[in-house]
Design a protein around this ligand. Structure first.
Ligand code: 13P
Ligand code: SF4
Length: 304
């Protein structure tokens, strides 16, 4: 069944001149059929440069919106229209405008996990892969409003020494991970390096060896001479980690580290997306033009 499904998707992909982009948290079969798998930064870069008429975006709404902002001439499809991001839904453009009125001199940096309307009222966008570099590149005398992730924001404050005004949003999946989860995994896996995502709360960060985006975790694990790693992020990343490093051991930190929205897409939904050309994600002007400026400024700051 699955082999036939894969065949049909590949056939239809060719007919539609489509590419499949998938986030590192997608289920294994979706990652395996994708033309490109990556973190939010890598996916934005890919969406901006990919040559195709159609992008099937296997991720959540804000990611498909970012692709539509960068490539309005392409048809961007999200195979499940209910695949959203609860953290992105915690912030609104009105709320950001109220903060801007309170701090009129401040620059607004929005994490890419935000709605297009919020990007449109931001000066810069960032991902977990370039947030520190981006904030470091801003004039030292400028106040910064950072939305919506308070945990990533706190991590950026810690790494840059910049004071920032933080929006109180968070990722419910990463917020469920505790310091006890890490301590348990460490005790059972002596010598393992703990790689944690900056969406984790500070008490988790305090127990981690490295704070990295999902893409940075893949690079770190590939280059490291260590043989075992405790992975403190959504469990989907384990698929590619294991595939790329068959000689190394990867331990998921907790069974609770699952993002239900990232798991909504499967091979059948990809096939239906290509058959029926659904669900089309668009961002109309003037929001698109304004949001694109913030995203373009982000793409200029790629970590070295
Ligand atoms: P990255 O893959 O960019 O690290 O982001 C994690 C995430 O939560 C995306 O929703
Ligand atoms: Fe949003 Fe968290 Fe899921 Fe990422 S893992 S899509 S931040 S809820």
């Amino acid at each position: 069944m699955s082999a036939r499904l894969v065949e049909k998707i590949i056939e239809l992909k060719k007919q539609r001149n489509a590419v499949i982009l998938a986030h590192n948290y997608q289920i294994g079969p979706v990652q395996d059929i994708a033309d490109y798998v990556g973190d939010s930064l890598g996916l934005s870069v890919e969406a901006a440069k990919v040559r195709a008429d159609v992008i099937v975006f296997c991720g959540v709404l804000f990611m498909a919106e970012t692709a539509a902002i960068l490539s309005p001439e392409k048809t961007v499809l999200l195979p499940d229209k209910n695949a959203g991001c609860p953290m992105a839904d915690m912030v609104t453009a009105d709320g950001v405008n109220q903060l801007k009125a309170k701090y009129p001199e401040a620059l607004v940096v929005s994490y890419v996990n935000s709605p297009a309307e919020v990007k449109a009222v931001s000066d810069y966008c960032c991902t977990s892969g370039n947030a520190t570099e981006l904030v470091n590149s801003l004039p030292a005398d400028k106040q910064i409003i950072f939305v919506p992730d308070k945990f990533l924001g706190q991590h950026v404050i810690d790494t840059t020494g910049r004071d920032m005004i933080l929006w109180p949003g968070y990722c419910p999946t990463h917020a469920r991970i505790t310091a006890d989860d890490i301590n348990r995994a460490r005790n059972a896996n002596k010598g393992a390096i703990v790689l944690a995502h900056p969406e984790c709360p500070p008490q988790v960060k305090a127990c981690a060896d490295e704070m990295l985006s999902t893409g940075q975790m893949l690079t770190f694990a590939r280059k490291s001479e260590n043989k075992s790693f405790i992975i403190v992020t959504e469990e989907g990343l384990l698929h590619t980690l294991k595939k790329q490093n068959p000689d190394k051991k990867f331990i998921g930190v907790s069974d609770k580290a699952i993002c239900p929205n990232m798991k909504k897409i499967d091979l059948e939904k990809i096939l239906w997306a290509l058959e029926d050309m659904k669900y089309v994600i668009t961002v109309d002007n003037p929001i698109r033009d304004k949001a694109k400026k913030a995203v373009d400024r982000m793409l200029e700051v790629i970590p070295g």
